[in-house]
Design a protein around this ligand. Structure first.
Ligand code: ADP
Ligand code: MG
Length: 370
């Protein structure tokens, strides 16, 4: 690992390491999370996506301590969440996490302002005489102050969710975790909730949101895709979006990470190679040899872009030289040719996209060499 990555990892605010969760069922043990490693930075807005049953809620429950990992570690700041006793957990959670659920879960017998005061009462975080005032202020933030004395049942779903967000903010927690918070809202209300989350991250809060809504997910800082209890490499998902989640996961398991210092040659024209590369950091520059003239730079690829597809598909020697940009290191993940070819054989849509890229890049190269 490079020094920079090591530093980023040390500094990550929330860290999951080798998190595994297995449940015993009538049919035996099922492993729902399979050794998850994941970092979240302070102030980051991360969307967690994946098919129903892929393990999103289970993952969220590891973070909130609502459930415990079978193996592995969950760190939030300096707290080893996986080691807390039930009592310690409840206090820690109350002060450090705001949790928003799909079905709001406001207490039906309490007014809205009382619902929002509850976390402050529970954790004794603000002086008793200030709690009501603070709850009113938070209801104001979500535009619900005028309803403060109503019961939850008098509200629409969107209104209840806004109150649930005000409640999540009661103790001013650094982290908000939301499991499908817009799952029961119409698109306009979902948009309002999303805008509120954006405001919170702009103020430095870390926001982790499970969502089914891919257009909302794309607007978070980062998307984490989970498939079958494992994290899909985000650059595989970006580069090859037409693969199924299972196929992306298959590719993820076979990736070889490679690091190149500034200016280093990644592939050399006219030599043999048989890998497909996806850039994950930095900029890779593409050069072509020209008869009787100096090399010409024809393209630059950044994170999520790929190269090596021409040779993987057509065979033969590299048709270009690719170097890390002179001023930045480049990280790539490499996929062996056999795996790449097998994936394309399984995914007609991906094959078509890649074929089109191959043809347009070959045509460009032809003109650039003149
Ligand atoms: P998601 O939120 O992505 O839809 P979940 O995390 O809720 O998925 O569930 C992932 C898998 O774990 C599912 O197959 C589900 O049936 C299983 N699962 C969740 N909780 C339990 C449990 N308490 N006991 C047994 N299996 C469970
Ligand atoms: Mg779920």
């Amino acid at each position: 690992m490079c020094a920079q990555a090591a530093l980023a990892q040390r500094q990550a605010f929330i860290r999951l390491r080798g998190v595994t969760k297995a449940y015993k069922t009538g049919a035996g043990e099922v492993t729902v999370l399979k050794g998850i490693d994941l970092d979240f930075g302070q102030g980051e807005f991360v969307a967690i996506i994946g098919k129903s049953g892929s393990g999103k809620s289970t993952l969220i429950n590891m973070l909130t301590g609502i459930d415990r990992p079978t193996a592995g570690e969950v760190w939030v700041g300096d707290t080893a969440v996986h080691t807390l006793s039930e009592g310690q957990m409840a206090v820690w959670r109350g002060r450090n996490l705001g949790i928003v659920f799909q079905f709001f879960q406001l207490l039906p017998m309490l007014s809205l302002v009382e619902n929002v005061m509850l976390p402050m009462d529970f954790c004794n975080t603000y002086p008793p005489r200030r709690r009501r005032e603070r709850a009113m202020h938070l209801l104001g933030l979500v535009d619900m102050a005028t309803h403060a004395h109503k019961l939850p049942s008098a509200l629409s779903g969107g209104q209840q969710q806004r109150v649930a967000i005000a409640r999540a903010l009661a103790n001013d927690p650094p982290v908000i975790v939301a499991d499908e918070p817009t799952g029961n809202l119409d698109s306009k209300t979902a948009e309002a909730v999303f805008a509120l989350f954006q405001q919170l991250t702009a103020q430095g809060k870390t926001l982790i949101m499970v969502t089914h809504d891919s257009s909302l997910a794309q607007r978070a800082h980062r998307t984490v895709l989970i498939a079958d209890g494992e994290i899909v490499n985000e650059y595989v998902a970006r580069a090859l979006p037409t693969l199924t989640h299972q196929q992306m996961l298959h590719a993820t398991r076979r990736l070889q990470p490679l690091h190149f210092p500034p200016g280093a040659t990644i592939i050399q024209e006219d030599t043999h190679g048989d890998q497909f590369f996806i850039v994950t950091a930095g900029t890779a520059n593409v050069f072509l040899r020209r008869p009787g003239a100096s090399d010409v730079m024809v393209a630059s690829y950044g994170p999520g872009q790929y190269f090596g597809e021409i040779e993987a598909l057509r065979g033969g020697k590299w048709r270009a030289t690719i170097r890390a940009a002179p001023d930045t290191p480049v990280d790539v993940v490499a996929l062996d040719r056999a795996t790449f070819i097998a994936l394309l054989a399984e995914s007609e849509a991906t094959r078509e996209v890649i074929e089109r890229v191959v043809e347009s890049r070959l045509a460009e190269n032809e003109t650039s060499r003149l």
